[in-house]
Design a protein around this ligand. Structure first.
Ligand code: COA
Length: 246
């Protein structure tokens, strides 16, 4: 390995993802490539015996897009980031119970998460086992409740049954919505809308001035929900997966 590549590694090995999927998974650091960086990336994959490399690409560089295509990188997701400022929020009267999640909610939250994220790149790719993808989101919501997120709000029925959840975090006074999910039997009743509004007011109460959320270009229901609650497009990138034939 050259001195240069030690200073500025071209890719990173993702230990958590690798352990989770029992594969060797890495991520490219740059968001654009030319012929030289592409050959560095492919050499890194070969040297590290990588099975799958994630590449998050800028959407506005034709050279990058052509090279990725030419080198058998598969387009698996359009990553949309939306943003909303929190200066003024419309008045909102919830019609369901909204509260912070308790530890006892976790089994129900995991059940919802397992069935909610079929729009994401892990499922779309087709090479990750579906049950592992389900488990990925179940693990994510569990970890969110255990401190990975700053707050997890849940919507519940009077019986206590959990209808849906939303996770929020604050990084350097920038708000983020992480996971949002509504159980399919409760969809189309405004639960998603109420969860987003609750998250927005919680972030506003914390003094946060703007909030971002990431969703998939193919996830039209989520985009409509965020648009209805005042979010605007912020940025767009593409996720590619490169599977190395060994
Ligand atoms: C996206 C998601 C959270 C929406 O949740 P939801 O509770 O169904 O959302 P809402 O009920 O607030 O809005 C859905 C639709 O029902 C409509 N609606 C809301 N309340 C309604 C009511 N009382 N009567 C009739 N329709 C209603 C909304 O206007 C909206 O219409 P649209 O499809 O034309 O946009 C849910 O589909 C989901 O969990 N999807 C999978 C996970 C996901 O994609 N999460 C977001 C990305 S991280």
């Amino acid at each position: 390995m050259s001195h240069q590549s030690l200073m500025h590694p071209i890719c990173e090995f993702l230990q958590w993802d690798s352990d989770f999927f029992s594969l060797r998974i890495g991520k490219a650091i740059p968001n654009r490539v030319d012929l030289d960086t592409m050959s560095q990336i492919k050499n890194w994959c070969k040297n590290e015996s990588i099975d799958c490399l994630y590449f998050l690409s800028d959407a506005d560089d034709p050279v990058t897009t052509h090279l990725l295509l030419h080198h058998q990188f598969d387009l698996v997701d359009t990553r949309m980031t939306l943003e909303r400022d929190l200066i003024i929020l419309p008045p909102f009267e919830p019609s369901t119970t909204l509260r912070l999640a308790h530890e006892e909610d976790i089994p129900q939250l995991k059940q919802i998460a397992k069935h909610s994220y079929h729009h994401t790149r892990y499922y779309f790719d087709g090479r990750f086992p579906v049950e592992r993808c389900d488990d990925l989101y179940a693990t994510w919501i569990e970890r969110s409740c255990q401190g990975y997120a700053d707050a997890v709000w849940v919507a519940t029925e009077d019986s206590g049954a959990v209808q849906g959840f939303i996770t929020c975090s604050i990084h350097e006074m920038q708000g983020e919505i992480g996971l949002l999910g509504v159980a399919s039997k409760y969809s189309g009743r405004g639960i998603g809308h109420q969860l987003v509004m609750r998250a927005l007011s919680w972030l506003q109460e914390k003094g946060v001035k703007s909030v971002k959320v990431v969703t998939q270009g193919r996830n039209i229901p989520a985009q409509r929900l965020y648009q209805r609650t005042g979010f605007l497009s912020h940025s767009l990138r593409h996720w590619y997966h490169y599977w190395q034939v060994k």
